[in-house]
Each structure stands twice: as C-alpha cells, then as structure tokens.
Design a protein around this ligand. Sequence first.
Ligand SMILES: [Zn+2]
Length: 256
Amino acid sequence: MSQINADKLASLLKLSHDLGREDRGLAMLGEGNTSCRLDDDTFLVKASGSSLSNLQESQLVACRFSALLPLLKAGAMTDAEVEKALLDSRVDPAQPKPSVEAVFHAYLLSLAGIEVVGHTHPVAVNSILCAGDEPCRRFALERRFPDEIVCCGAKSVLLPYVDPGTILAQKIRDETDKFILAENRAPRVILLQNHGFIAIGATTGSVLAATLMAEKTARIFLGAAAWGGPVGLTSENVARIDSRPDEHYRQKMLKL
Ligand SMILES: [Zn+2]
C-alpha cells in the first residue's frame, strides 16, 4: 500500500474510533459505517459486523467502484444476489465482506469533492428522525444558529424510511442528485427518517465536525421544543452566514 493510502487508512480508523466513542452516543455495537476514497477505482469501507469503536485495519475492506455502482441502476435484487455483489467487489478476496451499505458509500464517494463518508445513528438526531414528518422536515430544511450552517451546510437532504441496502442506496442517489441540481453543490448532511445520519466531506475532520454539530443541534432543537420552539433563522440570515468570507475562512482553518 502506498504511503498516501496508508495515511488515508490511519485517518479513517481514527474517524471510526471518534464516531464510535461510547460517551458520544453516535453509534454502538455494530451500528454505523465509514469509508474513504483511495483512488479513481477503489475505496475503503468498514467490514460487515465490525464495531466503529474498536475498528481494526483488517476490518477495512478495499472495494471497486465498478463492481458496486451498477447496483444503483439494477432492478429488485434478492438478498443472495446483493451478498454476491458485495463479495465480488473486494479487491482482495481474502478480506472480510464489506458492509451492506457499501453501495451508498460507493455512490457518495463518486461525487466531486467527496473523499470521506461517516454513517451513524446518533441519539438526539434519531429522536427527531423518529418523531414524524414535520420535525424531520424542519430539522433538515431550517437552520437554528451560525455554527450549524458552517459545519452542516445551509440545508440537508431528507429521505423517508426505506429498506437498508440497494433500495436505500438508490433513494440516496435520487435525492442527493436532486439536491446537487438545485443547490449547485453537494450536501454535507443526509438524514434518513427512522434510521440515522450520514455526513460527507473532503476530509475526516469535516465528517466528524458535521456529525458532532448535528448531534449538538438536535439536542438544542429538542431543548427549544420544551419552550414552544425551535425558532429557525430567516432564509436571509442563513444565506448571509453561508456566503460570509470570514465564515469561509473559518471553514478553511478548521479544515471543514
Ligand atoms: Zn444505519
């Protein structure tokens, strides 16, 4: 493995351990998965059945984009067919089976500027994502305070619940493509109703920052609800923060 890819692997392990920390309540046991792009042909993704908190190098599987991206266009597939496709996508057949979510990781890592993906099931975020359509819509489309915009973007992609695996990957592709067409840039956050959270970015730091800030925002959202809120920023205020040069400078300095 080249030095560049060894550095990417070490950085992805660190992100996985940061997202799996028990005190943060973002993922426990086998919940969640992480990935990073290695080159135009391959990416690393967490192996099925492993834990983020103590993920080992041997539990990161190198997969080929060319073996998984066609599944986004496939019709209904049986569980056995998906299993075979996942196993066939490995660069080294001696490595363990990749996560069943490797298909959406492949899609997201194929977007311009996206190098890292982190998927978790955070407690406060999921409290909102399990509360019905209206709070989900407000959490995804409104913004409450400036640092939320700096770390999580001016709005998020929101998906209804669908079956994890290829159907979820296809839905993520559909809604993210729509977002990119409308906003002219990739989202930082994708919210899955009754399921969980995905952060995407150019660095492991931006993925960790978006995840931690979204979880903090969710706690504030739930706290404000006790006082009749939350009250979102106006769209003018959101646009202002989103376009301020000093905020862009801060994003650059924080490697967001
Ligand atoms: Zn999940």
